[in-house]
Write a new protein. Structure first.
Lengths: 115, 113
């Protein structure tokens, strides 16, 4: 079946630094990548949608200059949290989609803690 | 945009009993309705899904029903086991695999041994 690898699984960074999270589709080509953020005991909230080779589309209220999304290939998308602050601490989850072939496949998530 | 409501937020059932979780959606254009199980510290795992041209789907102990007219769909788990304890999310999309999923608020299911 479709597999999505997300790394790192957890990261601790200092306030003001940047962190990059990778999401790879291992056995299929992901035409679309979705990035979600999940706070403790809450639901998944979509941050942005990216299509390979195009600029990401951000949801209302998500700062595009703070959360940089790159989808340079059909198997890799990255989310970079720039100038991280403690309020950015959350669980970030990617989801790769490939139209009607594979639907949505989720990564295992990245726990970001900003200290 | 789409809004998905989910009830109850918490549910405790005795092992062996059935559990039912309900969701309603607002956008009549939505046509794909998956259910996910999420364990602590992990990404969501698809457990069952249904398309708008089907009213019911079953996979062993798990079933999903869809009422398009009322815009609601439900997850049914029979013969519950301790390993069913997790958080369950419903979701909706207008175009399978191409458009975003909108998630419900989640249900924390606890199976009491």
């Amino acid at each position: 079946g479709a597999v999505v690898s997300q790394h790192p699984s957890w990261v601790i960074c200092k306030s003001g630094t940047s962190v990059k999270i990778e999401c790879r589709s291992l056995d299929f080509q992901a035409t679309t990548m979705f990035w979600y953020r999940q706070f403790p005991k809450q639901s998944l909230m979509l941050m942005a949608t990216s299509n390979e080779g195009s600029k990401a589309t951000y949801e209302q209220g998500v700062e595009k200059d703070k959360f940089l999304i790159n989808h340079a290939s059909l198997t890799l998308s990255t989310l970079t949290v720039t100038s991280a602050h403690p309020e950015d601490s959350s669980f970030y989850i990617c989801s790769a989609a490939s139209g009607s072939n594979y639907g949505y496949t989720f990564g295992s998530g990245t726990r970001l803690t900003v200290v | 945009g789409e809004n998905v409501e989910q009830h109850p937020s918490t549910l405790s059932v005795q092992e062996g009993d059935s559990a039912v979780i309900k969701c309603t959606y607002s956008d009549s254009a939505s046509n794909y309705f998956p259910w996910y199980k999420q364990e602590l510290g992990k990404g969501p795992q698809l457990i069952i899904d249904i398309r708008s041209n089907v009213g019911e789907k079953k996979d062993q102990r798990i079933a999903v029903t869809l009422n398009k007219t009322a815009k609601h769909f439900s997850l049914h788990i029979t013969e519950t086991q301790p390993e069913d304890s997790a958080v369950y999310f419903c979701a909706a999309s207008k175009n399978f695999g191409n458009e975003k999923l909108t998630f419900g608020t989640g249900t924390r299911l606890t199976i009491i041994p």
